[in-house]
Write a protein that binds this ligand. Structure first.
Ligand SMILES: Cc1ncc(C[n+]2csc(CCOP(=O)(O)OP(=O)(O)O)c2C)c(N)n1
Length: 514
């Protein structure tokens, strides 16, 4: 058995059953091994940012890692942005980077780079295999590292000769590390705090934003009057009719400040303290009120769900939950189309249990409010602020959840970063409906100019934020990738096209001209 075969079998043994790949010469034995080992699905991405983002989307929905296969430092560099987003999402991911044969590196051939220093930006765990014999144990350790709570990117650097040389037996599934339990004393302290009359906010991220976690938070909220808030950057949130209402911190600084004003106690559960995205001249760069105490019920590494369950028990909060989202579809919008009307139409028509990959940028600023009344669904956010995540994440989510429709709600600028996702969707026949908000601008950055205090940008500055001249034709771009496309200029056209996309399975793109 070659190192590559042993590696693949070890991955499959450890539950890693899909690999998003963009290979090169140093990965040829890995590629050949795909046909010799059963149980690994291989998906080609035509840009590494598609592979890394799809691996992120897959794991968010499957709850277990995918593997990537990237070509040396340059391939890794192309995949960097979505590995950064995956790190911010606490996504388990086994990131395999091929490299030159061990004895060839010293010649400094053209593709050689300092891979380890690139990896440091997003990977808590990195190892370079020394020999083919080491590969199975290295791979098993990589899986365990990726699955160490709360989840992360584990990078295995695989020199070509470690792939092609004779290796040993594949390793069995590693023991998956469990989250650290929270001590009862901390639970009691937080319970005492929440019994006090001052205004409190329970601030959630990650695992707690799933239905069961929200339900526990809803019981605590009902029992104590504490508000429930969610981090703006969150990997996966379960929302929709019947699920507990969670406020989400807005992006702009003023409403974020307003939302937390008057809070006396902020209780963090699986989340870091919320911070503004940027510092803007003359504006506060801290949104938590000065007099507010920050308390940790559970860190992301700890057993957040168990801690929330114990807190509910300690408070005797066994009964009903705080407010839940209503079952109430809005009427279909008509006339001139706007981003809000796109979301309302989706809310009116979406089937149960869909997945929404949200990268609408300015077109989804208020999407939370615009989708109230929708049936239960999963919501995937951009987590690290690095755009170009939405289409790959949708691709990976569709692969993790066959039978569930995925909506990629995408702004035109961000969509272009990883447009090749559409080709992978067509090739793999994925049930993804992509809706492009074509405002033909980097609209958010026009606002950022103002926030930065620049009142009179000149024509060169304005041209940097304009996506026209020439106008992008998303219908042709989609068709060129093998995805049927259509354009909507009015609400009526959009709802007709959306109905059709929902009725049929397979990838589809609708460009909404705003
Ligand atoms: C990788 C990366 N490059 C650049 C940016 C800076 N950036 C933030 S938003 C944005 C443009 C957003 O435009 P678009 O996606 O069309 O959405 P709109 O603002 O029009 O709603 C850019 C370039 C970023 N966040 N990430």
């Amino acid at each position: 058995m070659t190192g590559a075969q042993s590696l693949l079998q070890t991955l499959v043994n450890g539950g890693v059953e899909i690999c998003f790949a963009n290979p090169g010469t140093s990965e040829m034995h890995f590629i050949a091994a795909l046909d010799r080992v059963h149980g690994m699905r291989a998906v080609l991405g035509l840009f590494e940012g598609v592979c890394t983002g799809a691996a992120d989307g897959y794991a968010r929905m499957a709850g277990k890692p995918a593997a990537t296969l990237l070509h040396l430092g340059p391939g890794l560099g192309n995949g960097f942005a979505n590995l950064h987003n995956a790190r911010r999402a606490n996504t388990p991911l086994v990131n395999i980077v091929g490299d030159h044969a061990t004895y060839h590196l010293r010649h400094d051939p053209p593709l050689a780079t300092d891979i380890e220093s690139i990896v440091r930006g997003f990977s808590g765990w990195v190892r370079r295999s020394r020999s083919a014999a080491d590969v199975p144990a290295d791979a098993a350790d990589a899986i365990a590292a990726a699955m160490t709570p709360p989840g992360g990117v584990a990078t295995l650097i695989l020199p070509a000769d470690c792939s092609w040389n004779e290796s040993g037996e594949p390793a069995p599934a590693p023991v998956m590390p469990r989250p650290t339990p929270v001590q009862p004393g901390r639970i009691r302290r937080i319970a005492d705090l929440l019994r006090r009359p001052e205004p409190a906010v329970i601030f959630l991220s990650g695992r707690l934003c799933m239905e069961d976690g929200l339900c526990l938070a809803g019981r605590v909220s009902r029992a104590t009057g504490a508000r429930i808030m969610g981090n703006r950057v969150n990997s996966r949130t379960q929302r929709g009719a019947g699920r507990v209402v969670i406020e989400r911190l807005p992006y702009p600084i003023e409403p974020a400040l307003a939302m937390l004003r008057g809070t006396a106690h902020l209780v963090l559960v699986g989340s870091p303290a919320p911070v503004p995205f940027f510092a803007w001249p003359g504006k506060p760069n801290w949104i938590i009120p000065e007099a507010c105490g920050i308390h940790v019920l559970a860190t992301p590494e700890e057993d957040c769900l168990g801690a929330m369950s114990s807190l509910a028990e300690e408070l005797g909060a066994s009964g009903s939950v705080s407010a839940v989202y209503p079952h109430q579809r809005p009427p279909l919008p008509t006339g001139e189309i706007t981003a809000e009307k796109v979301w309302r139409a989706l809310t009116a028509l979406m089937p149960e249990d869909v997945i929404v990959s949200d990268e609408g940028v300015t077109s989804s600023r208020d999407a939370e409010a615009w989708t109230v009344g929708a049936p239960p669904h999963d919501w995937l956010n951009v987590t690290g602020g690095s755009i170009g995540q939405g289409l790959p994440v949708a691709t990976g989510a569709a692969l993790a959840c066959p039978g569930r429709k995925v909506f990629a709600m995408e702004s035109d600028g961000a969509g272009l970063y990883t447009l090749q996702s559409l080709w992978t969707q067509a090739r793999e026949k994925l049930d993804v409906v992509t809706v492009i908000f074509a405002n033909r601008a980097y609209k958010i950055l026009r606002g950022e100019l103002k926030q930065m205090g620049i009142a009179d940008p000149g024509p060169k500055a304005a041209a940097m934020l304009d996506l026209g001249n020439p106008d992008l034709d998303w219908v042709m771009l989609a068709e060129g990738m093998g995805v049927p496309g259509s354009r909507a200029r009015s609400c009526e056209e959009f709802t007709d096209q959306l109905r059709d996309a929902i009725r049929h399975s397979g990838p589809r793109l609708i460009e909404v001209l705003l």
